[in-house]
Design a protein around this ligand. Structure first.
Ligand SMILES: Cc1cc2nc3c(=O)[nH]c(=O)nc-3n(C[C@H](O)[C@H](O)[C@H](O)COP(=O)(O)OP(=O)(O)OC[C@H]3O[C@@H](n4cnc5c(N)ncnc54)[C@H](O)[C@@H]3O)c2cc1C
Length: 415
């Protein structure tokens, strides 16, 4: 496995700040490291190993990344995470938001629960779901934001097919650090609420108040948030990128389109459509006010945030944004699998998901414009890794996802 080619590839994927460590200190490894452009030192080893190696890449040959003037269209979770990543790298970022408040699209629709859609089988889709979840969890941790609650998330087996899926996951990953199986009793004890079924618990999952989190992200000193500014047109002539908003024309070195389902007003996306969803706000009550983490089944029920719980969500063909009694009723129906307590719905909210046929986001470059949309029902989980991919594409750095995953996400795949 430790061939010279592997070390060469590691070096090519490295930059000036790249470090490594390995449990092994075998002569072959040391030789290959040296020959490939790394320096190392010996350190105390683990367990019965006397030594381990630590070191860094001598990649002074990596060219300095130029700092660019970049426009991001949309201040939802996708646009805000991307703007933040770019700003952290020293780029100057203008974020355009058509409304007079940031994060006022579907991301601002209640709380967003962050957990993965796992599969027992390997595929680019499964790898993206797993890696984006782990990436999102550690990204939100790194922000130290009060808007991220790393409570864990409980995925309940509420019917035959969810039980079957859970069993095949447990079979494929009998011991792992990602999730643990909980009986109904154990889950109820940890949740602080009598639940109706067992399931699996993702300890790295959680939920976020997206508006507050986006506010934190967009307060970076390199970001200029431009509210009440609808982008009407993007022109890319191969050399310059021009953006027209509110009658003003501005030039940028790069433009990133993160406008959710409305992205197709600015570029043509054959595989993108919108799907309405309604959440119900439930008055907190003694019965469930102490709920410790979100419970997800065919619907979901969140811990108390600002005095109420979020009960979600519908997935409907209706095209207007009026809160509907029918959809409150269907949310209540979904709750029956989770717990038996009576709930009092006090309000609701409607949003439109940007969905694709294969349930993967659209990430990449289309007609000279970077695209970051199609996050469907899992934008809080998928956005941080997608932001990192786009930022690396812009900077010409190695991508944080394997080639098959990058192809599976390609923004042009439905053309
Ligand atoms: C009912 C419901 C429940 C959900 N629950 C969850 C959940 O629990 N967990 C989860 O991860 N996901 C959930 N989702 C999905 C999640 O909301 C989305 O995946 C995510 O918010 C998408 O973020 P975005 O930034 O791509 O889009 P948006 O949040 O829609 O952001 C796009 C922004 O672009 C702006 N914009 C659009 N056009 C222009 C223009 N021309 N010029 C300037 N600005 C423009 C919009 O105003 C908007 O602010 C849910 C969705 C729904 C509908």
């Amino acid at each position: 496995m430790w061939s010279k080619e592997i070390f060469k590839q590691m070096y090519l994927s490295s930059h000036g700040d790249t470090t490594f460590s390995t449990f092994t200190s075998a002569r072959l490894i040391k030789n290959n490291l040296e020959e490939s452009g790394f320096v190392y030192e010996l350190d105390e080893g683990f367990s019965n190993k006397r030594h381990m190696l630590k070191g860094k890449a001598l990649s002074t040959n990596v060219k300095e990344i130029s700092k660019k003037k970049i426009a991001v269209i949309g201040s939802g979770i996708a646009g805000s995470t991307l703007a933040y990543k770019l700003a952290q790298r020293g780029h100057r970022v203008d974020v355009y938001e058509q409304n007079d408040e940031l994060c006022s699209g579907v991301s601002g629709n209640g709380v967003l629960i962050t957990y993965p859609r796992l599969s027992a089988f390997d595929s680019p889709y499964a790898r993206f779901c797993l890696h984006s979840f782990l990436f999102a969890s550690s990204f939100y941790d790194s922000l130290n934001s009060n808007a991220w609650y790393k409570s864990g998330v409980f995925l309940m087996n509420h019917d035959d097919s969810s039980l079957k899926r859970q069993n095949s996951l447990l079979e494929a990953r009998p011991s792992n650090d990602l999730f643990e199986e909980l009986s109904c009793e154990e889950a109820s004890k940890r949740a602080g609420l009598k639940l109706n079924n067992g399931g699996i618990f993702f300890k790295k999952g959680g939920y976020l108040e997206a508006k507050a989190l986006c506010q934190d992200l967009l307060s970076h000193k390199n970001i200029n948030l431009i509210l009440s500014s609808r982008v009407e047109k993007i022109e890319a002539d191969g050399k310059n990128l021009t953006l027209v908003s509110e009658g003003e024309i501005s030039e940028y070195e790069e433009v990133c389109l993160c406008a959710g389902y409305a992205s197709e007003n600015l570029l043509n996306f054959p595989g993108l459509s919108s799907k309405r969803g309604q959440i119900s706000y439930v008055d907190s009550s003694k019965d469930f006010e102490k709920l410790n983490f979100p419970i997800c089944a065919s619907g979901y029920f969140s811990p108390r945030v600002k005095g109420s719980h979020v009960l979600g969500s519908s997935y409907s063909e209706v095209t207007n944004d009026i809160v509907l009694e029918d959809e409150h009723t269907s949310n209540k129906e979904k709750l029956k699998a989770i717990h038996n307590f009576k709930v009092n719905i006090v309000d609701g909210n409607v949003g439109f998901r940007a969905v694709t046929k294969d349930r993967l986001p659209l990430i990449g470059i289309n007609k000279g414009i970077y695209v970051n949309t199609g996050h469907g029902s899992r934008g809080s989980t998928s956005s941080p890794l997608c932001a990192e991919i786009i930022a690396d594409l812009i900077d010409g750095r190695p991508l944080p996802a394997d080639h098959e995953v990058v192809i599976a996400l390609d923004a042009n795949r439905f053309n």
